[in-house]
Design a protein around this ligand. Structure first.
Ligand code: FES
Length: 166
């Protein structure tokens, strides 16, 4: 009798495992760096989330309880245990971007993507979320799409940028 496959348990293949091992090694298998480790791992997982088998692997490699990993995922809004989208758009709403009209950017992004902050597009291409400062204050207001940072943005520039990820 066959068992029902749970897609979440099929994510951790050998290629992803070796990439995760590299991230763990760069962080010296230090459990106090768990947030950064999970953010880096989430970035390399398709649909940008922490699947259950990945969470279990990280817990076992760092020798910490699985619940400790989920406590962190639950606490940080930038982390997710559910599949999100191919591209995560982080809209900075920290102080410098706030004083440089980040709301205009938000309106433009919501118009271009047809979604609100906190939502994903129906085709699974984009998720839009708020973020804390990621160090691009000199070009505020700024966004980060996956690991790429863009600043000094207008609606026209945004449309151009979004097109590259479609
Ligand atoms: S305040 Fe927005 S990138 Fe620093």
């Amino acid at each position: 009798m066959g068992s029902i496959a749970t897609p979440e348990f099929e994510v951790l293949n050998s290629e992803l495992t070796s990439k995760i091992d590299k991230i763990l090694s760069e962080n010296e298998y230090d459990a106090s760096k768990l947030v950064g480790i999970l953010l880096d791992i989430q970035d390399i997982v398709p649909k940008k989330y922490i699947p259950m088998d990945v969470a279990a692997y990280v817990a076992s490699e760092l020798n910490i309880p699985l619940t400790g990993v989920y406590d962190v995922i639950t606490f940080y809004s930038s982390l997710s245990d559910k599949p999100r989208a191919e591209n995560i758009i982080n809209l900075c709403k920290s102080i410098v971007c706030r004083t440089n009209n980040y709301m205009d950017l938000q309106k433009s992004l919501e118009k271009i993507l047809g979604i609100k902050v906190g939502e994903s597009t129906a085709d699974g291409k984009f998720a839009l979320q708020y973020s804390a400062c990621f160090g691009a204050c000199d070009v505020a207001p700024a966004i980060k799409i996956n690991q790429d940072v863009y600043g000094n943005l207008t609606e026209e520039k945004l449309e151009e940028i979004i097109k590259r990820y479609r």
